[in-house]
Ligand binder design. Structure first.
Ligand code: ZN
Length: 94
């Protein structure tokens, strides 16, 4: 049964989401991932078999439908950053 790991809500809806993953520091975009979306906070979750399928796809089992050039911005200059304060990125490594 669904329980949101962010807000604890037990209500979810099924939908398809787009998510960015990091593959050896290179961002890859996966569209139309079936997921459960928390109705309260919008957190999305997909199951382990979906995660495994995504991993296999981006590691060469599937051919990308297209490539895009991505612009990268740095909010803080590296001299201002304290590595101890860095929080984990929202982007998942694969
Ligand atoms: Zn939630």
């Amino acid at each position: 049964m669904f329980q949101c790991h962010v807000c604890g809500s037990k209500q979810a809806r099924q939908d398809f989401i787009t998510q960015i993953f990091l593959l050896d520091d290179k961002p890859v975009i996966v569209h139309d991932i079936p997921a459960e979306i928390c109705v309260r906070c919008g957190e999305s979750v997909f199951d382990i078999s979906t995660m495994e399928k995504i991993r296999r796809m981006v590691h060469g089992e599937a051919v990308p439908v297209k490539s895009v050039v991505t612009e990268v911005f740095e909010f803080a200059q590296s001299s201002q950053r304290n590595p101890a304060n860095l929080r984990e990125s929202a982007v998942q490594n694969l």
